[in-house]
Design a protein around this ligand. Structure first.
Ligand SMILES: Cc1cc2nc3c(=O)[nH]c(=O)nc-3n(C[C@H](O)[C@H](O)[C@H](O)COP(=O)(O)OP(=O)(O)OC[C@H]3O[C@@H](n4cnc5c(N)ncnc54)[C@H](O)[C@@H]3O)c2cc1C
Length: 388
């Protein structure tokens, strides 16, 4: 087979793969993007995600690193969305958190977790207590339904599928060579696809599981999938403006309003690699919780019941692993925060790729490593500063 030469071959055209393809190609690299499925992104976790960009709300269950990566990434999304030629729905009107009166204890738990993890100045600046009037002013559709709430100001969301589409168009416009329907590819399969690349960037999410082995015998898998289910409904009668989170001891949910009266209701999180269709229990829980938030969901039309698995490392943090010998950079572990943190994580991975391509390591990879200590893992024998 005739071989085409590239600076970088990216495996996986999900969220991180598309961002990387765009960033590297517009920086002048010759890039091939290889995906097991088609260009619509249907094989990716990104295709079903609610795409909320909620660093404070997530700090109730995440570490400080996620909050910091999230703040940096929301700044990047804002800049990128302004640059993308096709408009992508992007909103920064905050997250509204509400709870039914009987679940008041959930609110104390939520705020104490946020305060324990997020930087105090961020909490002081962004977390605002609301009374019934405050909730109604923000979301008139919820007037009279909740006595209290919290506004997490400045939090955002975007249209996941619009972002995937637009990033791909930009990458193709920059000359990225795409290979679709390639099947389950590994770095060693590239020559068989006619691709010779100086560096491979692995963005296969859960598809890269085999390359993230357990650290110790009998230990947790280095990468595992956590099943997540979301419902997409068309609900012209519902008039929510911003993402709303309902605190509940058993069925905590979020509802993210998207353009054209679409709402994403999510999400379950199950310790399971099962990717079979949504269970009746999950559908009932998600839809009942939405109906209890706003009965106008009763007339909504169910468009999709989606299931995907979130690529998750044992510490629930993202990592970039560099195999200098094989010239492979592996980005993974975006877990439930991919949209929130992928811009900063992928930028750091691209800096490592550029260092491997022969740029000045001090100017590329090292600042990213210093900014996010511990996120970039290299062979112990060759520290980052010697990448070449
Ligand atoms: C239900 C649910 C809701 C979510 N909601 C949010 C949210 O509100 N906010 C947020 O920030 N994040 C959210 N996420 C998380 C986010 O979607 C993921 O973190 C993110 O998509 C991971 O990005 P990735 O690029 O690592 O993997 P993916 O987006 O999964 O992309 C991986 C790509 O690699 C391809 N691939 C896999 N194996 C191979 C192979 N062998 N060869 C070639 N190609 C391959 C796949 O087909 C896919 O296209 C949610 C996830 C789920 C499941």
């Amino acid at each position: 087979m005739t071989q085409q030469s590239f600076d970088v071959a990216i495996l996986g055209a999900g969220l991180s793969g598309r961002i990387a393809a765009w960033l590297l190609s517009r920086a002048g690299a010759r890039v091939a993007l290889v995906e097991r499925m088609g260009p619509d992104g249907a094989g990716s976790a990104a295709h079903v995600a609610a795409a909320m960009l909620a660093p404070l709300a997530e700090s109730a269950i995440a570490e400080r690193r996620i909050v910091e990566l999230g703040i940096a990434s929301v700044d990047l999304w804002r800049a990128w969305v302004a640059e993308l030629p096709e408009p992508v729905f992007f909103q920064e009107d905050g997250t509204l958190v509400v709870w039914h009166a009987r679940d008041r204890a959930e609110m104390s738990l939520f705020t104490s977790r946020v305060r324990a993890v997020a930087p105090p100045e961020l909490v002081a600046e962004r977390m605002r207590a609301l009374d019934a009037r405050g909730v109604a002013e923000l979301e008139p559709a919820l007037a009279g339904r909740f006595q209290q709430g919290l506004l997490l100001a400045g939090e955002g969301q975007l249209d996941n599928r619009g972002a995937l589409r637009s990033l791909l168009h930009c990458a193709v416009a920059e000359g990225v060579h795409c290979v679709w329907e390639a099947g389950e590819v590994e770095a060693g399969d590239l020559p068989g696809l006619g691709i010779r690349a100086d560096v491979v960037l692995d963005c296969r999410g859960l598809g890269a599981r085999r390359d993230w082995p357990a650290q110790a015998a009998g230990g947790m898998p280095g990468l595992r999938g956590l099943r997540g289910e979301v419902v997409r409904v068309h609900a012209p009668e519902v008039k929510l403006h911003r993402p709303v989170r309902l605190l509940h001891p058993r069925y905590p949910i979020y509802i993210a309003p998207k353009p054209n009266d679409l709402y994403v209701i999510g999400a379950t999180e199950l310790e399971s690699e099962d990717d079979s269709p949504m269970s009746v229990r999950s559908a009932l829980e998600l839809l009942s919780a939405a109906y209890s938030l706003d009965p106008a969901f009763g007339e909504a039309r169910v468009l999709e019941l989606n299931v995907q698995r979130r690529p998750t490392r044992p510490d629930h943090l993202p990592a970039i692993r560099v195999d200098q010998q094989a010239r492979v950079v592996r980005l993974n572990g975006l877990y439930r925060h991919g949209f929130l943190i992928a811009p900063a994580v992928t930028e750091a991975a691209c800096a490592v790729v550029r260092a491997l391509l022969g740029g000045d390591p001090a100017a590329h990879a090292v600042p990213a490593a210093l900014r996010w200590p511990g996120m970039i893992e290299t062979d112990a024998s060759r520290p980052l500063a010697t990448l070449h």
